[in-house]
Ligand binder design. Sequence first.
Ligand SMILES: [Zn+2]
Length: 113
Amino acid sequence: MHRRKRYKNECVFSIEKLGVNGMNVPKEARTYCPKCKVHQAHTVSLYKPGKRRALAKGERHHKREKRGYGGQKYPLQREFAKTTKKQTLRVKCKVCGYTRHKDGIRLRKLVIG
Ligand SMILES: [Zn+2]
């Protein structure tokens, strides 16, 4: 599996130390920017995946692969054990505009601001 490169001093919000169910995240945080190579002010927002485009190459390929008898290639998840979803944070450097994602952790509620 491909792992993203980890940087030193990456823990800003001390995600691991905070509560299990809910978490408050500041709108702005001073953290390490890999592009500037120093700590800079960052704006923090919640990452949301974009809308799927039906005519994208992968979508067309998937649709074609799924056709016919035995077309489903992986078992569909029907019963869910987890009650939470992983939330990913987007941090944007205010100086150079470099945006990166913070690893998502399971949270019932995430409040930014
Ligand atoms: Zn920067």
